[in-house]
Design a protein around this ligand. Structure first.
Ligand code: ADP
Ligand code: ASP
Ligand code: MG
Length: 869
């Protein structure tokens, strides 16, 4: 054995390596375990392997444990368990069946035991324990046969659970607690016996010597206990994901790997629902100062998540969002609660009496609502009705179940509240039963109906990243996303055009700064991708996004019609494209003065109305005219509140309940309504959105007589942050095809703006000054919010790079700011850039839409000029 990395006198350090169910269920997995253990041995470490039962086996044992009088069910599960282990024996080819025959016989006796019918807790613990006893027995034989002699250890000889005050009999037997601490005597005794051991997770004994369990998922806890007792160098949890993520990666593909966490944050994420680590595994390790790593058995080369005591990171940030399902809420209502001395004592006495531990608490003047976490309680209907009966003596009781507790975790949660407006808005639209903010300032929890959780979590995760509450760009905290890890090996997405044009761009910036640079090839490429969706009959370019003449000409050549929102836009467009038929211009103003409508109608442009006022007061303009109606479908969508253009609080459109009146006014004025239109907002990345808009408009259109076209608006999103997924155009084509088939009588129109031009433009600026204040670093550039307003107006995120130092590694976290006298003049916050020097060229990407178009001379500073490549 190579012990060269140790000094002679030091005893060999221990590592505890724990493998979960999926990590022990096939021969290749066991070969992995052998490799991982051998690598530690080569490094001179003593190894204790902790294993779970083969995946699914604990669930089969649970069927037996809960079979009651249904012997057939118990026997069926028993047969399946035998089959699984025999198959495994065959695969491992390491030992004979006799090795685990004794355990099979024990299972057979337990199934036949009269304790089965009553489900006696002691009997259940013995049944469950067999899963880990079997897997560790097979494992010991296999490792020995692989040339890695590994002694089998009965965990129950070393892990002793201690009953807690008021603990229910159920949790004393099936979810017990082992107060593990460094134990030099145990370490010495084990070291005297050998250097490689394998033992069971999940099981321990109580002071009377009976087998007890550590709760579902409790093998992690066994590893934590052994790690602390041995004062191990490290505990490694090997599982089927490469670490702890910012959300359950199976539910949220955009979830980011957490590269490192301190014990408290990891504890909070585990406690609030991240199944990857049992919440009770960390306590003993934290007290003993032993670090824990979570790693992927199938991808051992990935670093995983390191959990240890680290100095807290300066800027507070949300690290994760987790959910616990199966939560029960008990709402207790009384009259004049606070006047009633001892009310809370009475209430909590009832919980204590029934052995139920309370998790969250919310209170109002006459109401206390608490939650019961199923993992800590046996929350069955018997217990609940007994509890409710007791509580009914002192208050009115309501049980609300099943609920889900959704928790945001991160240090300094209270100082992040200003970033959570989007998240709060999501919850605002739901029935939230309870909100709780932990006194340790590490979490914020919302309790909602359980059925809402699965949809909500991915949305909230995206919102947290977008609001910079979860600072996913900070590589010191976050690793790659689950999606990126899954796609590893797939060809990388094509690099942005500006990377290839770096030299030309540096030249342009040297001539003049700041300046916008546009790449027409990108505009045309986007236009062709849209035109390829055959089902859209007419594409309009919403030219408010960018009215540069070269872009208008290019899109005209690509077959686009145009959508204008002011008469000035109509006039500019006609001056640039004199041959454009007025009929190919759609004029969709909002609160424009009468004169603009007069001029547009006279020019033969198509006009959309989005209010009753023009029809009521200027009806004489409309005789024999064809007009379009913009409807407000009652909701807005989009990447930010300020880009939502639907719903009662948005100023656009005629609400559905006024459509009838609009029709009557149009009829009276002698106008024909030939088109319906709705545009709910911008930055939508989900193709289904347009299906629903089309379906609503089309079913409305069927009650009209003259409708020819249905315009489902624009809003086609462009992913901004590295991990956002682009709008799936093929999916968009599919959903539009479907709705077109349902309503073939209408022409389908769309009117994208940003989608066509955002990525075609970059803003080049030069560094003016750098500054440090406290721990905050600023990089000042000569372009401010007067050139690019989106970050200040919409909290928009634009990729920012130092074009002069594109290949240098990021040095520090900086705030990229402009020269405008406004605190909001921040182009990018918390960005990691290489060290920037005065004069360096900074590139702000995706600036082709609503960049120059929104620029101003605020502070009398000239905004960035524009040039086409
Ligand atoms: P094992 O059998 O190895 O103990 P578990 O199934 O108990 O594995 O835990 C791993 C699973 O935890 C992952 O497959 C994943 O679905 C789930 N999980 C839930 N939340 C998270 C999270 N925040 N990070 C990583 N995994 C999570
Ligand atoms: N086998 C047990 C369970 O499935 C313990 C574990 O795997 O952690 O809950
Ligand atoms: Mg587990």
């Amino acid at each position: 054995m190579n012990v060269s990395n140790r000094t002679g006198a030091e005893p060999a350090p221990w590592v505890v390596i724990k493998f979960g169910g999926t990590s022990v269920s096939t021969r290749p997995r066991w070969e992995n375990i052998a490799r991982i253990a051998a690598a530690h041995r080569v490094q001179g470490r003593k190894v204790l392997i902790v294993v779970s039962a083969l995946s699914g086996v604990t669930d089969l044992l649970k069927r037996i444990a809960e079979s009651g009088s249904d012997e057939l069910a118990a026997r069926g599960a028993q047969a399946e368990i035998l089959r699984r282990h025999e198959a495994m024996l065959g695969e491992l080819q390491a030992t004979s069946r006799e090795t685990i025959d004794a355990l099979f016989a024990q299972l057979d006796r337990l199934v036949a035991d009269p304790g089965r019918v009553s489900g006696a807790l002691e009997w259940q613990a013995q049944v469950f324990a067999l899963g880990e006893l079997m897997s560790s027995t097979l494992g010991a034989a296999f490792l020995g046969a692989q040339g890695l002699p590994t002694q089998w250890l009965d965990a129950r000889e070393h892990l002793v659970a201690q009953p807690l005050a008021n603990q229910s009999a159920w949790s004393r037997m099936l979810s017990a607690t082992v107060p593990a601490a460094p134990d030099a005597g145990f370490e010495r005794a084990l070291a005297a016996r050998g250097e490689a051991f394998i033992t069971q997770g999940f099981i321990a004994r109580d002071p009377e010597g009976r087998t007890v369990l550590l709760g579902r998922g409790g093998s992690d806890t066994s590893a934590g206990c052994f790690g602390a007792m041995l004062r191990a160098q490290c505990v490694e949890i090997w599982t089927d994901v490469p670490g702890m993520f910012s959300a359950n990666p199976r539910l949220v593909p955009g979830a980011r790997l957490l590269a490192q966490l301190d014990y408290q944050e990891a504890q909070e994420i585990a406690t609030t629902g991240a199944k990857v680590l049992h919440p009770r595994s960390l306590g003993p390790l934290r007290r003993a100062g032993v670090p824990l790593v979570i790693k992927d058995t199938n991808r051992p080369q990935l670093a995983g998540t390191l959990i240890r005591a680290v100095a807290s990171d300066a800027a507070p940030c949300v690290k994760a969002i987790s959910a616990r399902k199966g939560v029960t809420l008990i709402s207790m209502e009384t009259v004049g609660m606070w006047q009633q001395v001892g009310f809370l004592a009475d209430v909590f006495a009832a919980f204590k009496h029934h052995g139920l531990s309370v998790d969250l608490i919310g209170s109002a003047e006459t109401n206390v609502t608490v939650s019961l976490d199923p993992s800590e309680n046996l929350v069955n209907s018997d217990v609940l009705s007994a509890l409710a009966a007791d509580l009914a003596k002192v208050c009115r009781v309501k049980v609300i179940a099943p609920c889900a507790a959704i928790t945001l975790v991160g240090r300094g949660m209270r100082s992040l509240l200003h970033r959570l407006s989007g998240v709060l808005a999501e919850f605002g639209a739901l029935d939230v039963h309870l909100i709780s903010q932990s006194s340790n300032n590490l979490n914020l929890t919302f309790v909602v109906d359980e059925s809402l959780a699965d949809d909500l979590i991915p949305r909230l995760h995206a919102l947290l990243i977008r609001a910079d509450a979860l600072r996913a760009e900070d590589g010191a905290i976050f690793g790659p996303s689950w999606r990126e890890l899954e796609a590893a090996g797939a060809p990388p997405p094509p690099a942005a055009w500006w990377r290839e044009q770096r030299a030309a761009l540096l030249d342009l910036a040297a001539q003049q700064s700041p300046r916008y640079v546009y790449d027409l090839a990108t505009v045309r490429e986007k236009a062709r991708a849209l035109r390829a969706l055959g089902c859209v009959d007419r594409w309009h370019y919403a030219l408010k996004a960018n009215a540069h003449p070269a872009i208008l000409r290019a899109l005209h050549e690509e077959g686009f019609a145009f959508e204008c929102v002011s008469l000035a836009e109509v006039e500019a467009l006609r001056a640039i494209l004199p041959t454009l038929a007025p009929e190919r211009i759609l004029f969709t103003p909002n609160f424009a003065p009468r004169g603009e409508y007069v001029a547009a109608l006279e020019a033969g442009v198509r006009v959309t109305f989005d209010a009753l006022h023009p029809l009521r007061h200027w009806g004489e303009l409309l005789r024999d005219r064809e007009i379009h109606l913009r409807v407000d479908l009652g909701v807005g969508r989009g990447h930010h509140d300020k880009v939502k253009t639907g719903g009662a609080t948005s100023k656009f459109g005629v609400s559905l309940d006024e459509v009838e009146e609009f029709r009557a006014l149009a009829r009276h004025a002698g106008a024909r309504i030939v088109g319906l239109h709705a545009h709910l907002g911008s930055g939508i990345l989900d193709a289904d959105h347009w299906r629903s808009v089309y379906a609503q408009l089309a079913s409305l259109a069927e009650s009209f007589t003259h409708i020819e076209s249905i315009d489902v608006g624009g809003g086609l999103g462009v992913p901004a942050r590295p991990d956002e997924q682009p709008l799936n155009l093929a999916a968009l084509g599919r959903v539009l095809d479907e709705v077109k088939q349902a309503y073939p009588q209408f022409a389908l129109w769309m009117e994208p703006g940003r989608f066509l031009v955002a990525e075609a433009g970059v803003l080049l600026a030069r560094v003016t000054q750098t500054k440090r204040k406290g721990h905050v670093h600023y990089v000042g550039i000569d372009a401010g919010m007067n050139s690019l307003l989106r970050p200040a107006l919409y909290d928009a995120w634009h990729e920012i790079v130092n074009l002069d130092r594109l290949d240098e590694a990021p040095a520090q976290m900086v705030q990229v700011v402009g020269p405008i006298c406004e605190s909001g003049d921040v182009l990018g916050s918390n960005r990691r850039l290489p060290e920037c020097r005065e004069g360096d060229v900074i590139l702000i990407a995706q600036a082709g839409a609503y960049g120059a178009a929104m620029a101003s001379r605020y502070n009398l500073r000239e905004p960035a000029s524009e040039i086409v490549l």
